[in-house]
Design a protein around this ligand. Structure first.
Ligand SMILES: Cc1cc2nc3c(=O)[nH]c(=O)nc-3n(C[C@H](O)[C@H](O)[C@H](O)COP(=O)(O)OP(=O)(O)OC[C@H]3O[C@@H](n4cnc5c(N)ncnc54)[C@H](O)[C@@H]3O)c2cc1C
Length: 488
């Protein structure tokens, strides 16, 4: 378990003490707890962001995610400027940079928002230690979840390992309201700013400067404004029907706020408040059921973050240790076919095309393709987990790992053994073949029934350069079940 960092007493050294707000996964100024608390002490609050090579150069990084990050930094920098302050950008290791920066500017303290990921916790402890060694004060807040780890525990005081009892406990805990956003801030003087060049102060880089390229529009534009607008649109147009719309990938029937939540561009408090307001205005049981279903999704996000915090080994492998011995196939051709959307199963290939072209995939399809990789191709779920992190613009260690372990049946809640039939899933959730036709236009002319059941003849497939199925679903699911008996 990570050590929680402690708020140190303040020692004002000037009438206008300077506080540095180190941003990480909290790329907003609206409803920001550490900012609101800092503003009670001073108006001189300056933001800092470190482009950290340990994150940017990790093999699990996706170009679309970096593109979204850079856009959010631009938007955050603009927001700081509008309020009268700055967001300082450095391409540096925060453990090295922050003590130097705080000393150079004579900052009174450095504040930040805590994170559940193992790397973030190790880094934060190292930063805290480096700052303390120099006599600098720090303050930290939990702010990326409605309820932080340790707040939602079983009666025996343990972390939950099953979602439903977690949700029942989580939902009845009192929820905090959004905090106020400062209307004005003060930044650095010109003289202070001059001192930053030797430390490597820089402009927000271009994506290509960081070695990535991404030229597609992102599903949600970066920045606070776009996230707030999307939330308002979702609440007005979808939320009350979410229970129906959320399962149909051809519809714009989910919030599309996952990347904004991942980078803290919008706060969970703001989302929760929107659901409560919608609930108060709702006029039917169906509407309230839909609102609650979306609240449950917000709780899934928190559940997986609590799990990762309490069981950091999840990031390295299966929760259930016998699963480490699972006899996975090693077939690289099958894996490449899955990645490229060339499995010959239309619903799988359409979903992978959506992922590869947009950096996002609908949740229903994430479950279908994850089941296909693990139960039909019988490939290690960690291959799929990594590929998702390398492509998703909302890629998030806790949610992605949780989703993959759920799909592979290697996680905390493996029962019932879930094997999705790709044809049945397509018939149920894309009944008109609209999603398949959008992402696989070469299949558009075919009969809908044949698209959904995969009954395209080899000649028809060849005519549009579409592959034959790489495996037989029925045969493979029997084989998966046989192997599963060995480790369950
Ligand atoms: C194999 C697999 C991998 C996944 N990888 C990720 C990932 O890397 N990042 C990610 O944010 N989500 C991931 N999910 C969860 C889910 O698919 C996405 O959160 C969702 O599709 C995002 O779209 P949305 O914002 O429109 O969701 P909505 O349906 O509007 O849901 C609202 C929010 O709730 C959260 N949420 C919803 N479902 C889940 C869930 N099952 N687990 C955790 N949080 C959830 C998300 O923050 C989402 O933005 C994964 C699911 C699976 C099955």
């Amino acid at each position: 378990m990570g050590e929680q960092l402690i708020l140190l007493p303040m020692s004002d050294q000037s009438d206008h003490p300077l506080i540095l707000l180190w941003h990480r996964r909290d790329l907003r100024l609206h409803d920001h707890l550490a900012l609101a608390k800092a503003r009670q002490k001073t108006a001189r609050i300056v933001g800092v962001f470190c482009l950290d090579n340990k994150i940017l150069q990790a093999k699990a990084m996706a170009p679309a995610r970096v593109a979204y990050l850079l856009g959010c930094l631009q938007s955050l920098q603009d927001h700081y400027q509008r309020l009268g302050s700055q967001l300082l950008i450095f391409h540096a290791d925060p453990v090295q940079l922050l003590p130097k920066l705080a000393n150079t500017l004579g900052a009174q303290r450095v504040v930040w928002t805590l994170d559940t990921e193992p790397y973030a916790q190790q880094r934060d402890l190292a930063v805290a230690q480096a700052l303390r060694e120099q006599g600098l004060a720090i303050a930290t807040e939990w702010d990326q979840l409605m309820h932080h780890p340790g707040e939602v525990l079983t009666q025996a005081g343990n972390p939950y390992t099953v979602y439903t009892p977690f949700w029942k406990n989580w939902r009845q805990l009192p929820k905090a309201s959004p905090v106020s956003t400062p209307k004005d801030l003060q930044g650095l003087s010109a003289a202070e700013q001059e001192k930053l060049d030797p430390l490597g102060l820089q402009a927000i880089p271009q994506l290509t400067d960081l070695g990535f390229s991404w030229d597609q529009p992102l599903p949600l534009a970066p920045g606070e404004e776009a996230a707030e607008e999307r939330l308002a649109w979702f609440v007005a147009n979808v939320l009350e029907e979410y229970q129906q719309t959320r399962n149909f990938p051809a519809l714009d029937g989910t919030s599309q706020l996952s990347a904004a939540l991942k980078f803290g561009v919008i706060s969970p408090r703001t989302l929760w408040q929107a659901t409560v307001a919608a609930w108060d205005q709702s006029r039917s049981e169906e509407a309230r059921a839909s609102i609650e279903t979306w609240q449950q999704e917000l709780a899934w996000r928190e559940f997986y973050q609590h799990c990762l915090y309490s069981f950091p080994a999840l990031a390295q492998g299966p929760y259930r240790s016998p699963f480490q011995e699972f006899p996975w196939e090693e077939n690289q051709d099958h894996f490449q076919a899955w990645c490229a959307g060339e499995t010959g199963y239309p619903i799988i290939d359409a979903a992978m095309a959506q992922l590869n072209q947009t950096g996002w995939m609908h949740n229903r399809c994430r479950m279908i393709v994850a089941s296909f990789l693990t139960k039909d191709l019988i490939l290690n779920w960690q291959w799929g987990e990594l590929y998702f992190m390398q492509t998703l613009y909302d890629g998030d260690l806790a949610a992605n790992n949780g989703g993959w372990q759920w799909s592979a049946s290697s996680g905390m809640d493996p029962k019932p053994l879930r094997i999705f039939n790709p044809y049945t899933q397509a018939q149920k959730f894309d009944p008109e073949g609209e999603y398949i036709r959008t992402w696989l236009p070469q299949l558009a002319p075919f009969d809908t029934g044949d698209l959904l059941t995969g009954k395209l003849s080899p000649i028809e497939r060849r005519a549009v350069n579409y592959p034959d199925p790489v495996v037989d679903h029925n045969q493979q699911q029997r084989e998966f079940k046989r192997r599963y008996q060995l480790v369950k």
